[in-house]
Design a protein around this ligand. Structure first.
Ligand SMILES: [Zn+2]
Length: 453
């Protein structure tokens, strides 16, 4: 077998790993490059030459940096199956069409305002492209071995996001396992990652290779913020990622309310995608750690806002109340309308709950900007600004080495991928030091023989 790294090596985006045996070819993950322009530009390169003749694609999970290139590959002619867990397929059914729609919107806006170098500006892919590729999805049961040509494939849940799994591939008597993104053992929503079965080679992520999560109880931290807002009679506006983070927040708010740790303020979820993702959480109860009552509560604790009129009407309501709205870094979506209204008042609080990428409005606000530009106008930030750092969906380096160390047999080699340069180097060093396993840091385009002989 041969393994080629086609993305997700020195960056956390664009994961694509190609396995070949004779004339058979299997692609593990099919992610978009995201972030800075030089990376995003790479999504426009056709991979039809590199990835021609694929037998199948297997996804670790639904995040776009692992699945978002699928509509493009479909447009380039790929018609084979796309395998993943059932929950991953369901989430891709939400995330990919939404990504296509946003690309079309951006192209429309660029054409209207004339800010693109390209005339006309084209979307990277469309909602229709995404819908077409969804027809190729063939979910696989987790914890069972499936045969795809000469490859035996097994999916093992690893927390992180609903449906996220490590992918174990055996071929020619050799096994390689791709961790995908690995969750943390103390995630409020997702079960801890299952221990991996023995494998010859292991490809492991390193997003948090150089970080430890703060020792902060997310429930207590959230309760303090909600209490503050209730006392001030203000609005708590939470820009939240619609898939995963929004459900984690709903769950924490439900637990706080159930134990009477916070007053029963009205809660609004103003994100159609968060509403649909919440329904997927309810449809796959076996893939997360909530019991039946807690799962039901996700849908009952909040008012799910539907149309734009209802969304606009929230601006006229008086606090105290809580509004959860996407996007999580305030780069787009309905949360922008709410920021325009609620960021101006000192009695309100803006609560950011995830990593804020440099250059985003969220990053500017958490770093103390007096004002941010929204829809062409400067909006003053007079509301209190808070950030919860304890809701990350990735294992930190200690959690990662603890989890790896529980494998019954060490792998022969570990390829550390999916991390910014510093994080990846740090994770590699932690694995070498605490587990004593041989570690490699592949560069993009690198090709390895499995086994190495
Ligand atoms: Zn992920």
């Amino acid at each position: 077998m041969r393994l080629t790294f086609l993305g997700g090596t020195e960056t956390v985006t664009g994961s694509k790993y190609l396995l070949e045996s004779g004339k058979h070819r299997l692609l593990v993950d099919c992610g978009l490059f995201q972030g800075v322009k030089s990376l995003r530009r790479r999504n426009w390169e056709s991979l039809s030459a590199t990835l021609g003749g694929l037998d199948a694609i297997v996804l670790t999970h639904a995040h776009l940096d692992h699945s978002g290139y699928l509509p493009l590959l479909h447009r380039q002619g790929y018609r084979g199956p796309i395998h993943c867990s059932a929950a991953t397929a369901a989430l891709c059914g939400i995330l990919l069409p939404d990504a296509g729609y946003l690309q079309e919107e951006e192209a429309r806006l660029a054409n209207r305002l004339g800010y693109s170098r390209h005339h006309p500006a084209e979307p990277l892919f469309t909602r229709a492209d995404a819908m077409n590729c969804l027809e190729r999805f063939k979910p696989l049961a987790t914890g069972k071995t499936h045969r795809i040509g000469p490859f035996e494939v097994r999916l093992t849940p690893v927390g992180h996001l609903l449906g996220a799994c490590a992918v174990r591939v055996t071929c020619d008597g050799h096994t390689v396992t791709f961790s995908g993104d690995v969750g943390r053992p103390d995630d409020p929503l997702m079960a801890p990652p299952e221990v991996l079965e023995p494998t010859d080679d292991l490809v492991v992520e390193s997003t948090y290779g150089d970080r430890r999560h703060p020792d902060e109880d997310p429930q207590q931290a959230l309760a303090a913020v909600v209490d503050d807002v209730a006392r001030a009679g203000g609005v708590l506006l939470i820009p939240a990622f619609a898939v995963g983070r929004a459900q984690a927040l709903l769950h924490l708010l439900h637990e706080l309310r159930r134990t009477k740790a916070i007053p029963a303020l009205p809660i609004y979820v103003d994100s159609p995608m968060a509403t649909r993702a919440t329904a997927v959480f309810q449809a796959y109860p076996e893939t997360h750690r909530l019991d039946a009552a807690q799962t039901r509560a996700l849908g009952e604790i909040a008012t799910f806002v539907e149309g734009p009129e209802e969304s606009m009407a929230l601006a006229g309501k008086v606090g105290p109340m809580i509004i959860l709205s996407a996007s999580g870094m305030a780069t787009g979506g309905r949360v922008l309308h709410h920021l325009k209204v609620f960021a101006r008042e000192t009695c309100n609080t803006l609560l950011f709950t995830g990593f804020q990428a440099p250059g985003t409005r969220g990053d500017a606000i958490v770093n103390g900007a007096d004002a941010v530009k929204i829809h062409g106008h400067m909006v003053p930030i007079r509301a209190k600004v808070r950030q919860l750092h304890c809701l990350s969906a990735h294992a930190d380096h200690v959690q990662m080495t603890d989890w790896l160390g529980r494998m019954s047999k060490p792998p022969t080699r570990v390829f550390v991928t999916h991390g910014e340069t510093h994080a990846r180097a740090a994770m590699a060093a932690h694995i070498e030091e605490s587990l004593g396993w041989p570690v490699l840091r592949p560069a993009e385009g690198d090709r390895y023989r499995l086994p190495d002989d």
